[in-house]
Design a protein around this ligand. Structure first.
Ligand SMILES: [Zn+2]
Length: 284
């Protein structure tokens, strides 16, 4: 039991202070969802990738195209990494995305890239689990609070040597796609968007929890690519994450990634977002 300092006399008053939103997001550049919806209507499917259970696969999406991640065969969560297809140094920034949009993402929200770029990489344009909202446990879907399951934490907690955690799956997939070593690829793997995963923090101890995903075959999460993207998606060894991960115990299913290209001129007036406007001088 941790010994706490005794409460001060004004403890209740201090706790009663009203929270202030850290980053009011009304001034974020808003996506033109109506334009995206019109462009999506006439879009043609140009690619499909099946991610096998307990493995990852890469896919490429040009700026102005859409990609859709669909649950097939059975409930399954996916760990998504995104890079600028022309510069692996620009990658998804889970922490800043969380600060801007909150713990879980849905339609109209965006995946933001790392410093010094900090621009939208992808905008969510469709989410069949948008109805789920926040449940009584404080759980919701598509989080940016988890990291990715990895063999190091598994080893720390149980001494295991397990090779099909999302971290390793993503590392192998990127190495193969980019033609680089496992060691180099591992350095590019980053904290993910947990697609379809249902997570939260317990109210009493603040611990990260997961529970059985509400995803069912046919559910999908769809994105508009704001820049040229290289994506990697891992079908997590946790399956629907109802029990455990970092093992082969859970029932696991494949995930499907499809890429759609709008017709010519369907995105008239749209431009791929520029990199962040900060001058980078840091005051010197
Ligand atoms: Zn995982």
């Amino acid at each position: 039991m941790t010994e706490h300092t005794p409460e001060p006399d004004d403890a209740a008053a201090r706790r009663a202070m009203v929270p202030v939103i850290c980053y009011p997001n009304e001034t974020l550049p808003a996506p033109d969802l109506a334009l995206y919806a019109r462009a999506r209507e006439g879009a043609a499917k140009i690619d499909e990738v099946i991610v096998p259970p307990r493995e990852a696969a890469c896919f490429r999406v040009a700026a102005g195209q859409f990609f859709r991640i669909t649950s097939i065969d059975g409930p399954q969560v996916g760990d998504l990494n995104l890079w600028n297809a022309n510069d692996l140094g620009e990658r998804f920034y889970s922490g800043k995305t969380r600060a801007l949009h909150g713990t879980h993402l849905t339609t109209g929200e965006r995946m933001w890239s790392s410093f010094p770029h900090l621009r939208p990489m992808a905008t969510i344009t469709g989410d069949t689990l948008g109805w789920y909202g926040m449940d009584e446990f404080g759980g919701s879907v598509h989080d940016v609070i988890g990291t990715r399951c990895d063999p190091y934490t598994g080893n720390l907690l149980s001494g295991a040597q397990y090779h099909h955690c999302c971290h390793s799956n993503l590392t192998r997939a990127l190495a193969d796609e980019a033609g680089i070593s496992l060691q180099e690829a591992e350095g590019h793997v980053h904290d993910v968007l947990n697609v379809f995963m249902c997570t939260g923090f317990t109210r009493d101890t603040g611990q990260y929890f997961m529970k059985a995903s509400p995803v069912r075959p046919g559910d999908y999460l769809e994105f508009f690519a704001e820049i040229d993207l290289l994506g990697a998606l891992s079908a997590c060894p946790g399956g629907d994450c109802s029990a455990e991960h970092t093992s082969d115990a859970a029932a696991c299913f494949p995930l499907r990634v499809e890429v759609f290209a709008p017709q010519e001129a369907a995105l008239a007036g749209w431009e791929s977002p520029p990199v962040n406007g900060y001058d980078g001088s840091h005051g010197r």
